[in-house]
Design a protein around this ligand. Structure first.
Ligand code: ADP
Length: 454
């Protein structure tokens, strides 16, 4: 694929002067890229083996706070180092930054050089390995929805995040005329990401003013999460280069539709789709049915990994294309899970619960674990629901708040078995901290509502 470099090709590019900078990056708990910008000569001479970072980077929040309560690191433990080990199969050029390449890193313990269990890339790798031991490969695609605003991040911040101006004036779902007006930003996003080695399929207008979607071709789970993380990062950088702002906040306004990240999933065996059975009326193999039964049953346990912030839960609203129930249905956008490509080799399940703020490594790992549990326990899939699922009173609700999702995460024996106590305790603390931070803040809404009238 063009844009991907072997280590030898990188060395050549550094020698001929076309690459002078190498970004060494890893995805943090929030799914952001963290790392360093290396002079390319230093990278090819030494840093390609390993570099280092402070271990608070996997125990912080969006504000880079140092919350207490993490077993892995703390002020008491002195916030030491992690090893960042470059995965040399992930070297790629970043054509939107001059002379720059990037490599993704795995996070290792500084002393033992063992993988750090709560690093998102490691969490997904472990589940992929378990699936491989069962004889299957996971093929995944995560859709990226976001809003584009006409002002820059700095202008928006200076204005206190008020008076936000989306780049369009009306709902632009599949709208070619409106999206033509956005090609100044969206065309470079598609083309430059493609040139960075991401198999971009398309972009489209989404169902709200200024809302966009980017689709990347499905591939193995780890590459899919890498693609998602790089694409999300690039979208922000390219929008910034054009004086605009891209936001992946799932719900930026209560009267507007939110942004999601649907996850398409299928299992394969020896290069053939293992979810397909031509004798089944919907083309679904027993394997697929067990997988889906597990993925659906354990939604409450892993909702935090699909909706990690207070704001994520504002998205789950009736009549907005974002689901409120965990059931499945056939090509019906009101349910938490939608069967796509039924009756074909492309048969797959789309999880519609995740918000645009999910960390793709964690979301995919949790769903793979739930699917494997469904397969191992031969769990039975309930029949599909039909009609408007929003009003189906029998269907199980998605946890309504971060507080609810934290409780189900903390108490999940399934996740404790699949991820290990160390990982579940770490992310439970992450969820608790987010809630604690929100709980101490007095919001604008409270002031406006009660200042005079309370
Ligand atoms: P939608 O109508 O939801 O936009 P698309 O046909 O555009 O559906 O497909 C959505 C995503 O599903 C794409 O990113 C595509 O690569 C992915 N996809 C297609 N086939 C499979 C499969 N067998 N397994 C996983 N993902 C798949």
């Amino acid at each position: 694929m063009r844009g991907i470099l072997t280590f030898d090709a990188l060395k050549k590019a550094v020698k001929d002067g076309s690459i002078d900078t190498v970004l060494t990056c890893f995805p943090d708990m929030q799914g952001r890229l963290m790392g360093k910008r290396f002079h390319a000569v230093n990278f090819i001479e030494s840093a390609f083996k390993e570099t280092h970072c402070c271990n608070y980077l996997l125990a912080t929040d969006l504000e880079m706070a140092t919350p207490d309560g993490y077993a892995a690191t703390s002020w008491e433990k002195g916030y030491g180092d992690y090893v960042m080990a470059p995965d040399l199969t992930t070297i790629r050029v970043l054509p939107w930054l001059e002379g720059t390449a990037m490599v993704l890193c795995d996070i290792l313990d500084h002393h033992s050089h063992e993988p750090v269990p709560h690093a998102p890339r490691q969490i997904l790798k472990v589940q992929v390995e378990k699936l491989a031991a069962m004889g299957y490969d996971a093929m995944m695609a995560t859709e990226l929805e976001f809003f584009l605003f006409a002002q820059s991040y700095d202008e928006i911040r200076k204005a206190g995040f008020r008076e936000l101006v989306p780049v369009s004036g009306y709902n632009e779902d599949y709208h070619i005329l409106q999206t033509t007006k956005e090609e100044g930003v969206m065309r470079p996003i598609r083309n430059l990401l493609f040139d960075a080695g991401l198999p971009i399929e398309n972009s489209k207008g989404e169902a709200e003013t200024g809302q966009e979607e980017l689709n990347i071709r499905y591939c193995d789970a780890l590459a899919c999460a890498d693609h998602h993380t790089i694409a999300k990062h690039a979208i922000k950088e390219i929008a910034w280069q054009h004086g605009q702002a891209a936001s992946f906040l799932p719900k930026w306004h209560h009267d507007k539709v939110g942004s999601s990240s649907h996850v398409h999933q299928s299992l394969w065996q020896d290069g053939e789709p293992a979810f397909y059975d031509k004798h089944d009326p919907l083309g679904m193999s027993d394997l697929m049915k067990h997988y889906m039964a597990g993925v659906i049953a354990y939604v409450p346990d892993y909702t935090f990994f699909l909706a990690p912030y207070i704001n994520s839960y504002k998205r789950f609203a009736k009549g907005t294309f974002a689901p409120t129930k965990t059931v499945w249905s056939v090509d019906n956008r009101t349910a938490g899970f939608r069967l796509c490509g039924d009756g074909t080799k492309g048969v797959r399940v789309e999880c519609r619960i995740g918000g645009s703020d999910l960390n793709p490594y964690l979301a995919q790992a949790a769903m793979l674990a739930a699917g494997m549990k469904g397969i191992t326990d031969k769990m039975e899939l309930a029949p599909p629901t039909t009609g408007d699922v929003y009003v189906d009173s029998k269907a199980q609700n998605i946890p309504r708040t971060l507080r609810d999702a934290t409780t189900t995460l903390r108490g999940s024996s399934f996740l404790r078995e699949a991820f290990g106590d160390v990982v579940v305790d770490h992310y439970t603390r992450c969820a608790e901290w987010e809630q604690e931070e929100f709980d101490r803040i007095v919001t604008d809404w409270e002031i406006a509502r009660g200042f005079e009238r309370a």
